[in-house]
Design a protein around this ligand. Sequence first.
Ligand code: ATP
Length: 627
Amino acid sequence: MRRRLTAASRVTSARIRLLRLLSDAGVAPAGMLVILQLIRAAVPTAQALSVGHLVAVFGAGHSDRQVLGAAGLVAGLFLVDHAVWLVLTAVRALVVKRIDGRLRAGLRTLAADLPGLDHLEGRSFQDRASRVVDGGMGLGRDRSAGSAAAGQLELVFRMVSALAATALLATFSPMLALGLLLVSLFIRAMLRRQWMRIIDVLDADTAGQRKEYYVSAQAVIGAAKDVRLFGLSDWFAGRFRAVATRTYAPVYREMLAVLRRQWWTALLTVASATAALAVPAAAVLSGSLDPAQLITFVLAAWGVMSISSVGMEAYDIEYGLRGVEAADELAAEYGTSGKSGHGTREKAESTAPVGSSPSPSPSPSPTSTSTPPTVRFEDVVFTYPGTSRPVLDGLTVTLRPGETVAVVGENGVGKTTFVKLLGGLYRPDSGRITVDGVDLATLDLPAWRRRLAVLFQDFVRYPASLRDNVTFAAPHLAGDGAVRNALDRAGGTRLLAELADGLDTSLWSEGEDGTDLSGGQWQRVALARVLFAAAAGGRVLVLDEPTAHLDVRAEAEFHQRVVSRVRNTTTVLISHRLSTVRPADRIILLRGGRVAEDGSHDALMALGGDYARFFTIQAEAFTMEAR
Ligand SMILES: Nc1ncnc2c1ncn2[C@@H]1O[C@H](COP(=O)(O)OP(=O)(O)OP(=O)(O)O)[C@@H](O)[C@H]1O
């Protein structure tokens, strides 16, 4: 009993939460929806009365005017109902869109405010985030949080409508009215319980995303080359069919099972309908009711019984509510930790730096921002969330102000991970990272990041103008001279001259009049972006594989053109092309998650370790090619 009461109170508060969501749509649309629903709720009872009145005036031989008036009332009510339905559909769509928009905007802000990346690693955040934006599998309508709120309002007024009909029927027979209402509510509860299990089955569909991928991969430009050249179209179609069958088969099985269990709810419905007809008919036969009243009360009984059916709104509520709950859970879990920590609360607590409190409060950087800082990794151990093997395992290294440090090592050794930790995107499991002696965990992260200019290996190709692509890190400094200068140093001057609209050329190839660039051209733009950021105050410049897409000449000129012209900045250069890193002040070779070799090119060549071996292999390959 207690469990039932708890469950009932949980359902009630969830339903109230849905109704409160309506305020997100704005007072005018939400208020209008309430008024329209109220009008529609009054229609069945008004129709019962008006049709009864029409029969009464017709049978009693009233004047033509009176009959026409009564018929006009009946017809008018039908018209009003239809017109209200049309307007209501439009207002409902607006309300749904606004509520969903607010919820999605909240999710975007929450995700963007989280300074770390670890929430994006596990399924927990992703699953709940996609539940918030999920429109569900609805027959012609969205099954979102907004539709759940609108559906809840619809249900409230369906109830109001049934109660109004009950009150009208009770003027004839309170017993019949109450009995019909209770049986109808019971049938509804049973039907709802049976059909809503389908929502559980749909919710358990974890293959949905893959299904989407198999469909979209064939239609988007990214995979189109592979699909054609490898002849993968049939493979994609086959995978889609397999996943779709796996998704929908349990849904159809559940539907069949529910249909097989319908016989006794059908029996109850037939019994209710028989009582609704027989009791007023018996009263007519005994002379206590006239035919006009018979019509009114039979229609009223129909109005009461209408609550027994499970309408689309029930699915909307059930499905959309899970999106609302997911949004609430995300807000509770990540809403506040995101502002101050590096990532999720759990990760922040479990990996707090040695000797510091679990959730250090951020403080402004005490270091000067005009000079490059001394950055130290002290015995840093780091394991990606959801994995067990540490990528960095006791990494100790110092980046001294103004020096150029190259980081090299085999694929997967942790070079990019080192950069991610430097940017505060993850926190070490143990050990610490200091900036001028201050633990990075206690620094104001946004302020620290303004001192970094990072070119990632998988840099982003923003669908925006060339100018925006260069100035994103410091839009307030977007003077043409600075942009051209950054492009020039990145080797992008010729590219700029070739583009029809110069700096204003749209690099959004999918947009109207947009242009796309080659891989190497994009790399120059991305390089210009970080050089621009460095000129705007970035004191630590990180270049992860900056020459991977560049042609031979650009690669050969890279050090001269880019690295040697950087002033008042520490440069971290990651590259597999050892000729690119050769001029660096220091070269660090990572192995087993820590520094294995550290020194200038000459020193490491003299050491005769891995660096010397790799360099010799590359040099020999070039010499052989040259012959
Ligand atoms: N988000 C992640 N989640 C789990 N493991 C990851 C993640 N990112 C990287 N790894 C793993 O961490 C290891 C180090 O990756 P990282 O990208 O730092 O290597 P890298 O030295 O930059 O490699 P490369 O030279 O190929 O660019 C790899 O084994 C990789 O599989």
